[in-house]
Design a protein around this ligand. Structure first.
Ligand SMILES: Nc1nc2c(ncn2[C@@H]2O[C@H](COP(=O)(O)OP(=O)(O)OP(=O)(O)O)[C@@H](O)[C@H]2O)c(=O)[nH]1
Ligand SMILES: [Mg+2]
Length: 451
């Protein structure tokens, strides 16, 4: 039972390279016949969900490998079609030959994400879950993995499905009252507005969790900026936990910027150490300053390092201003002073640290996270989402906010009906209802082959 597709696809499902075992996966209505041809055994030899040891034969009948075949009968398989997984010996040449043999036996080479695409089209996963599969394989940190698991397990889909169903019901009631004004009463406006507002709030909550997931997969850009010699490179080294950057007491040590990926509270952070910012005639230092300001401009947060032994000195204000809203001020070298320098408003929330002794590191990490509004467990609740998914949620949210206003206005419900339709179709798109072929190409094209 497969129906939708006539051809059977095959690909290597494991990562390329040398390993003990590699898996070649075949999916489609012909999967069992292909396995039979490949092994020289009758199809009946492969009982569902049983490992069967059998040879792998090339088109010429040559024995390529001895492998374990596992047959998953449709629809109880990853793709929902008949699937045969061949666990063969790992190693680049063996795997290539096994795949080649499978292709000779009648399979077609799978494109990127084609197995998951079939799983989606066969109703095994909705689109939100299918995208989470990609996030799951690409996860590099534990929190990224948790976010992908949440989405894959249906945490996102369940909420969206609920919103979609309510929008469908509301939409139907409004359309009916517009189309048949004599027979159908207009829904009660205040109840309608309240219901739409609740949906708007729900979309907002999902959006918040999806944005966390987005942040998790993109990581945070953190620029470390300040005047020369305040301890920027020392701070980078402290965050990195290793002497990544050159530190010296000569002002102007760092001339270019350098980057290091660190983890703060489960969030991947790209920390960028920059050259000291100052007015100078030296063209190399001028370029360093320009690059520092550029790094700051593209950063999510600018750690503005200040030297506690000097208080706010000439040049600090410019850096703080350049960082603006994104500034987190840091008094460094606190091991050398007894009291926190008082520089008024600008440094009122400054964090105090010593990049030399490591004192204050945890408070600094907390300050960075709370700047993102991230308390404890913030990222643990995240739902993995792609940029496209976040954008669809934003559009649905905007449409719903508009719909609430329209319903509360004295005008006819026509505009509200359109806005509700828009919200409904954006949520539907997220779930993969009536989805266009071109969109599927874009989504699954980002997968690796074999998934
Ligand atoms: N006592 C003490 N010294 C520090 C601290 N942080 C940095 N230093 C010293 O300050 C000097 C400058 O440190 P760097 O980390 O190179 O400063 P920087 O801001 O990167 O300097 P440039 O690259 O020149 O802009 C070095 O001698 C460090 O050892 C600190 O917290 N306490
Ligand atoms: Mg430096």
């Amino acid at each position: 039972m497969t129906g939708l597709f006539t051809d059977s696809i095959a690909a290597v499902a494991t990562a390329p390279g040398v390993g003990a075992i590699a898996v070649v996966r075949i999916s489609g209505s012909q999967a069992l016949q292909i396995a039979a041809r490949l092994s020289g055994r009758p199809p009946g030899r492969f009982a569902p969900r049983r490992a069967t040891l059998a040879p792998v034969l090339s088109a010429a009948g040559e024995r390529v490998d001895e492998a374990l075949y596992t047959y998953f009968a449709a629809p109880a398989s990853y793709t929902g079609e008949d699937v045969v997984e061949i666990s063969c010996h790992g190693g680049i040449a063996t795997v290539r030959e096994v795949l080649q043999a499978a292709l000779s036996a009648g399979a077609r080479s799978a494109g990127p994400g084609e197995f998951t695409r079939r799983a989606f089209l066969n109703g095994k996963l909705d689109l939100a879950q299918a995208e989470a599969v990609n996030q799951l394989i690409r996860a590099r940190t534990r929190t990224q993995l948790i976010a992908a698991r949440h989405t894959l397990s249906g945490a996102l889909s369940r909420r969206l499905e609920e919103i979609w169903e309510q929008l469908t019901a509301i939409s139907a009631a409004i359309e009916a009252s517009i189309d048949f004004p004599e027979d159908v009463d207009e829904p009660d406006r205040s109840e309608l507005a309240a219901a739409l507002d609740r949906l708007y709030q729900s979309v907002g909550q999902v959006l918040d969790l999806a944005r966390r997931g987005r942040l998790l997969s993109q990581g945070l850009r953190l620029a470390i900026v300040g005047r020369p010699n305040v301890g920027k490179s020392s701070l980078l080294n402290l965050l990195a936990g290793r002497p990544r950057a050159i530190v010296s007491d000569i002002p102007g040590t760092t001339r270019d910027f350098l980057e290091e990926t660190v983890e703060i509270g489960g969030l991947p952070v790209l920390a960028i150490d920059t050259a000291g910012i100052r007015q100078t005639g030296d063209p190399v230092e001028q370029e360093g300053t320009r690059r520092a300001l550029e790094a700051l401009e593209h950063a999510d947060i600018g750690l503005v390092v200040l030297d506690a032994t000097q208080g706010v000195a000439e040049g600090d204000l410019e850096v703080l201003q350049a960082a603006g809203e994104r500034a987190v001020a840091v008094w460094n070298k606190m091991d050398l002073v007894a009291v926190i320098p008082d520089a008024g408003e600008l440094t009122a929330n400054a964090v105090t640290i010593s990049a030399l002794t490591g004192q204050g590191l945890e408070a600094l990490q907390q300050a960075i996270l709370s700047r993102l509004g991230a308390g404890a467990g913030y990222f643990e609740e995240a739902l993995s989402a792609s940029a496209h998914q976040v954008s669809l949620l934003e559009q649905a949210g905007q449409a719903l906010r508009g719909a609430v206003a329209s319903v509360q206005s004295p005008h006819a419900l026509d505009l509200a009906a359109v806005q509700i339709q828009t919200a409904r179709s954006r949520i539907g798109e997220l779930l993969g209802k009536d989805v266009a072929e071109s969109l599927l190409d874009a989504i699954f094209g980002a997968f690796c082959i074999g998934k």
